[in-house]
Design a protein around this ligand. Structure first.
Ligand code: F1P
Length: 339
């Protein structure tokens, strides 16, 4: 079967259209009374969009200085006492579908209890939008596939632009305009690399290492591996890998490092040590890695560049294992519950 016959493949390789729309929507949306009326920020979603929330919250805090954290929609809904305080909170609710029960119900309750303003980021103008004081919809990120790829990248890019806007960083917003073109070049250049690695026989587990704002992206890479290729995979902060998980490193282990700029020396040391245990180590970074972005874009806002190659890695592993990446085991595109 030709690769293009898979909706997931087409959605991955053409995703930069959705990036462009994400930027356009996030920059043009009216922020109104949302800006500056809260003490801290909560990002929430489920599955992929929870992992997105982890990455987005880390970035938001780094750029704005406002405390930000991420929780799964189910935790905000079912264990609110562990999440909310009396302080005014900005909720950023993220969902591809806009209809996931946990996220919608959590946002509705947050609104009813007047906890603070709500920003919705979604690919569909659906139920969740009704909770938003500000709503960012990116239809170009919509997918036929169950597994989130272009949708995730579009929602993540919108959250990145939102953080830069909230921080008043016109310089970063300007730099981000080049991302779609760079993403397209990256997909063209590294698709064969992702295929080669994804098709490697003898690997039965994958660890994705990412620190700071890259941790949520590493988590998302593990979810792609699980959903598409039924491969055991976990994410760790780089230096955490030495504290136990490295017992699992051996000849059948793939370790992929989402390298940073400021801690690259310490991060690369972990990869080198794991190679000595027989693991296959690969890395992504702006430069001096297996996958080089060569983007010239500031580190804080180029996180989306890690995604397409990692998505392709999971896609090719799926195909190489004789699976159908368009039809992941047991999954549906949206989880709707009678809670
Ligand atoms: C999120 C999600 C996906 C996952 C699964 C079910 O939904 O959990 O991440 O792949 O297919 O839905 P959404 O709220 O972002 O639409």
């Amino acid at each position: 079967m030709a690769l293009e016959q898979h909706a997931t493949y087409r959605e991955i390789v053409t995703q930069t259209n959705a990036w462009a729309q994400a930027l356009e929507r996030a920059l043009s949306v009216e922020l109104g009374q949302v800006a500056g009326t809260y003490d801290h920020v909560l990002f929430s979603g489920c599955g992929s969009t929870y992992y997105l929330s982890l990455a987005a919250a880390a970035l938001y805090q780094e750029l704005t200085g406002v405390p930000a954290r991420a929780v799964p929609g189910s935790e905000l809904l079912l264990n609110p006492g562990t999440v909310l305080t009396a302080e005014r909170t900005l909720l950023v609710a993220v969902s591809r579908s806009g209809t996931t029960t946990e996220t919608v119900r959590a946002a509705q309750r947050f609104k009813e209890e007047k906890r603070g303003p709500v920003i919705v980021i979604s690919n569909y103008d659906e139920q969740l939008s009704e909770c938003g004081d500000t709503v960012i919809i990116i239809p170009e990120g919509q997918e036929q596939s169950v597994v989130q790829t272009r949708s995730f990248a579009s929602l993540y890019l919108a959250s990145t632009a939102l953080a830069a806007r909230m921080a008043g960083r016109a310089d970063l917003l300007q730099a981000m305009a080049a991302l779609p073109a760079i993403g397209e070049r990256l997909i063209g250049r590294y698709a064969p690399w992702a295929r080669d690695l994804g098709e490697q026989p003898g690997l039965d587990r994958a660890y994705f290492l990412g620190s700071g704002m890259r941790h949520g992206l590493a988590c998302e890479a593990t979810l792609k591996m699980k959903e598409m290729s039924l491969t055991h995979s976990e994410a760790f902060h780089f230096l955490e890998f030495r504290h136990g998980p490295m017992s699992m490193a051996g000849k059948s282990t793939l370790i992929v490092g989402l390298l940073s700029e400021s801690n690259v020396r310490n991060e690369k040391a972990v990869l080198t040590e794991m190679q000595a245990f027989g693991a296959r180590a690969s890395s992504l970074a702006e430069s001096q890695a297996d996958v080089c972005f060569d983007s010239g874009i500031p580190e804080q806002v180029r996180g989306v560049l890690y995604l397409p190659v990692l998505q392709l890695l999971a896609f090719h592993r799926s195909v190489a294992k004789g699976l159908n990446p368009d039809r992941p085991n047991h999954l549906t595109a949206v989880v709707k519950l009678d809670l």
